[in-house]
Design a protein around this ligand. Structure first.
Ligand code: ADP
Ligand code: MG
Length: 498
């Protein structure tokens, strides 16, 4: 009897068919990878199984029984657990409190914490989860918080566990530990649905692979019967170049330098604590680190969006006190948060593309906008950057995330900048667009662009960078080059353990 069988699941949002007749069979004792690009419909499908979304059509059969799951409590009662991309823990409470919270065995509102603590220890031990039940969640690393979420599901009796993009926030070592935990769950006969868009993970952990594209299942296969290029092609619908083709760098002058930089976060806690970095013409310096170690503040300080102490030198000039407007004349910036800072969703693609120069020739003469030049420029860029749009006048917000990001990247590279700050340049972007954006960045490097790449995707840092700086708690733990760029070593540095 399969653990879960989905038949013809349909879920629409307005006119969008997020799930378009999805069939899926998951066996007990199996790790089933649900693979697909951003927006393929993976989370929606699993939210249907977990009772967070109600399907428009289709049937769910759980352990041989047709079931109707209206809310998460229904799912939990049947033994279905889900760990979301964003954790739902309460930071000031302990691990044990978080685990039992909201569960019905918490008698009369009072939690039996001694018993809970014991059970948490026992479960933790049994599955190799190793978390201290008395620790406060706010003191735990992201990897440990994730284990608490898994414990919470197991405590509620989960036999089928859904993990939605669980590795997105983990270091390589934490990923190894998670994979061990998943193997232990499988060995106990549980079923695990592992949602991801990362091919290497699927090859490592999955027994079965279901690939989704645009709301539909396009293939069901196994790691033995497929390969990363096969899977990428299935996800995207065309062949994809997985490795960035890139020759050695030929670094020139230092174009961007920060010295003794100190920056505070929104709560005025130190976020960057004395960082020194240099980026030369014709090289890509990648900053690797677990998100939240000062990357955001570092970038904002360089761009002038956040006050900082220390010195920022851009193209040979001290710009420590210059405005953002001034700094952006000499550097391009792909911001981490595309929707807040990258594009204006209500504006047309054309207007977004000319944003930095909208009031200057060739896009304006005196105060009159030169609509023909704008349109011609936009049409050229749309073609060159393969932005999937019907017309330049189309509203940017109507594009997919990947295409919105291409608008930002195209705009930032179109001016032939000398320096590029690329923060999470491919976050939320599909595999096909990642390939494209990476190729453009490398091309520009070869023309002499100095690139500061900040990414929490270690694979991205490793495949693009000529040198790698590892940031941990606001400090640069090491800058590595050539042979010294070693994944394991970087993982340890990212965790503050080397
Ligand atoms: N609550 C929602 N309202 C409107 N659209 C949604 C909602 N949730 C998801 N979508 C859309 O459904 C599609 C599938 O999304 P999702 O299931 O989150 O994809 P995945 O998890 O594979 O990245 C996307 O186009 C997304 O924008
Ligand atoms: Mg998702």
């Amino acid at each position: 009897m399969p653990a879960l069988e989905l038949r013809g699941i349909v879920k629409t949002f307005g006119g969008l068919r997020a799930n378009d007749g999805v069939d899926l069979v998951v066996q007990w004792g199996e790790v089933h990878a649900l693979l697909g690009e951003n927006g393929a419909g993976k989370s929606t499908l699993m939210n249907v199984v977990y009772g967070l979304q109600s399907p428009d059509a289709g049937e769910i059969v759980y352990d041989g029984q047709p079931v109707v799951i209206r809310r998460p409590e229904d799912a939990i009662r049947r033994g279905i657990g889900m760990v979301h991309q964003h954790f739902m823990l309460i930071p000031p409470l302990t691990v044990a409190e978080n685990v039992v919270l909201g569960h019905e065995s918490a008698r009369g509102g009072m939690m039996d914490l001694t018993a809970a603590g014991q059970m948490v220890s026992e479960l933790s031990h049994r599955y190799g989860l190793e978390v201290d039940p008395r620790a406060r969640v706010r003191d735990l690393s992201v990897g440990l918080q994730q284990r608490v979420e898994i414990l919470k599901a197991l405590y509620r009796g989960a036999r089928l566990l859904i993990l939605d993009e669980p590795t997105a926030v983990l270091t390589p070592q934490e990923i190894d530990r998670l994979f061990e935990i998943v193997s232990n769950l499988k060995a106990e006969g549980k079923a695990v649905i592992f949602i991801t868009h990362k091919l290497a993970e699927v090859m490592r952990i999955a027994d079965q692979i279901t690939v989704m594209r645009r709301g539909k299942v396009v293939a069901t296969t196994t790691p033995a019967e497929s390969s990363p290029p096969d899977l990428a092609r299935l996800m995207v619908g065309r062949p994809v170049l997985l490795r960035v083709e890139k020759g050695p760098a030929h670094p020139g002058d230092v174009l961007l330098e920060v010295e003794a930089l100190k920056v505070e976060d929104d709560l005025h806690h130190p976020a960057v604590e004395g960082v020194d970095l240099q980026v030369r013409a014709g090289e890509i310096l990648g900053v690797a680190g677990v998100e939240g170690n000062g990357q955001r503040e570092l970038v904002e300080a360089i761009v002038g969006l956040r006050p900082a102490k220390g010195r920022v030198t851009i193209a040979g000039r001290d710009m420590s006190h210059a405005t953002t407007h001034r700094r952006l004349k000499d550097l391009s910036h792909i911001p981490a948060d595309r929707q807040q800072m990258g594009v204006i969703l209500d504006m047309s693609i054309a207007d977004n593309l000319v944003l930095p120069d909208f009031d200057r020739p060739p896009f304006a003469h005196w105060l009159i906008r030169a609509l023909d030049s704008i349109r011609a420029f936009a049409a050229r860029i749309i073609k060159e950057y393969d932005i999937r749009a019907e017309r330049p006048e189309q509203r940017t917000g109507s594009l997919s995330g990947g295409n919105q990001q291409k608008v930002v990247v195209a705009r930032e590279l179109a001016t032939d900048p000398k320096i590029l700050i690329a923060a999470q340049p491919t976050r939320g972007v599909d595999v096909g667009s990642i390939e494209f954006i990476h190729r453009r960045i490398v091309e520009q490097r070869d023309r002499g662009l100095a690139v500061l790449l900040v990414s929490s995707e270690l694979d991205e840092v490793l495949s693009l960078s000529d040198r790698v700086a590892v940031i941990y708690r606001g400090q640069i733990a090491a800058v590595l080059e050539g042979e010294a760029i070693d994944r394991e070593h970087i993982g340890l540095l990212m965790a503050g353990a080397a």
